[in-house]
Design a protein around this ligand. Sequence first.
Ligand SMILES: [Zn+2]
Length: 301
Amino acid sequence: MKFNNKKALLTITLASALVLNANAENTDKTNSSFVVHKLSDSLYAIGEPNYYQANYSYLIVGTDKALMLDAGANQKEDITQVVKSITRKPLSVLPSHLHFDHIGGLHNFDSIYLLDTAFTRQFKQKDGLYHVPESVYLGNFDHFVLQPFKVSRLVKPNEVIDLGGVKLKLLGVPGHTEDEVALYDEKNNVLLSGDHLYPSSLFVGNIKDYVASVSATLNIINKDTAIYGAHAGSDPTQVPRMTYEEIELIRDKMKAAQDKTATPEPFSGSDLVRSTHLYKVDKEVSIYSDIEFNDGRKFGY
Ligand SMILES: [Zn+2]
């Protein structure tokens, strides 16, 4: 989850629509809320540039199976129809975490994977379905009610998901939420980082966990790793890609925030956040900790 200033975003969206058309051969534009970007023969980004949080979900296609990291925020349009225009391989979805903007389209998937930890297992009830409370998925912000769902496969931290020709290691990266995960493709040197890392305002749920997770990620990836996050930066039409150096800057600023050697900058409020400790990393990236939403709820665990 990240929160933009909606007024600023509107201007950017209108301006960047022209860029999209100019680059039509690079961008497979569907007549829906979803925009597909082919990143390699086995990796596609499916963006929602007109959604206020500019979510990006990722489709990974192996020789046997396909996997989506995140189900999109859109509750009405079926993201699996977009996937079907790319591949007919058996499809599963893995939420990067259980926030509303990553699971809006969860009901469209026949096969759902989920992180296997005590935190996620607590949601399984006697009917065998996962009943996640609103206090976890925060659906009120989008008037979204998550229906109980069946899990086809539980995946433990460091377990490998083999799609045939493409192997993805699930990394547990708590900090934004307890259940945040990333996927690392070592052979192709790609990290799909969900809400753990993206080039915009990062929401800290637990700063100790977050600093530890960013440090752990830096030990796994390298300077050539392609890092793709779940929310766009200031241009919602651009796939949110980051560099190793940017992740180092995030780690350093977040550590300084944790140690209280950095001073928060003034924050004037946004559509959804009343107050936060704001730390700027660079022009695009900032860190929000000690967040209180406009509805009075605090964010964190
Ligand atoms: Zn989130």
